[in-house]
Design a protein around this ligand. Structure first.
Ligand SMILES: [Zn+2]
Length: 105
């Protein structure tokens, strides 16, 4: 699969065409396509392995997801803080009892 040559026609996603189109290999790096040219609009760009860049809709989704994460993080920190307080309270009760006994004796 890695026997690409300059000028070979491969599939890739074109931003301008907004779809997978035929692309001619313009440059190779380590026998892998580095730059390609869309055969439909002749737009040169880096080879993206047929992966479309995130659309505006997807970017908005990611922003919303980030907001949810940001609002959820403080809650998670509070939850981890509560057991720590409980751990500290348990050992503190024992020395207090010993002190009380010592006073009696
Ligand atoms: Zn194109």
């Amino acid at each position: 699969m890695s026997d690409h040559r300059l000028g070979d026609i491969i599939d890739d996603h074109c931003i301008k065409c907004r779809r997978i189109t035929n692309h001619a290999i313009v440059s190779l790096v380590n026998y892998e396509p580095a730059k390609v040219r869309c055969r439909t609009c002749y737009h040169d760009h880096d080879y993206r392995h047929e992966i479309a860049p995130p659309t505006k809709k997807e970017l908005k989704k990611m922003e919303l997801f980030k907001e949810v994460l940001a609002s959820a993080t403080p809650v998670g920190l509070e939850e981890t803080a509560i057991p720590e307080v409980a751990d500290g309270a348990a050992p503190a009760a024992e020395p207090a009892k010993k002190k009380a006994r010592g006073k009696k004796a």
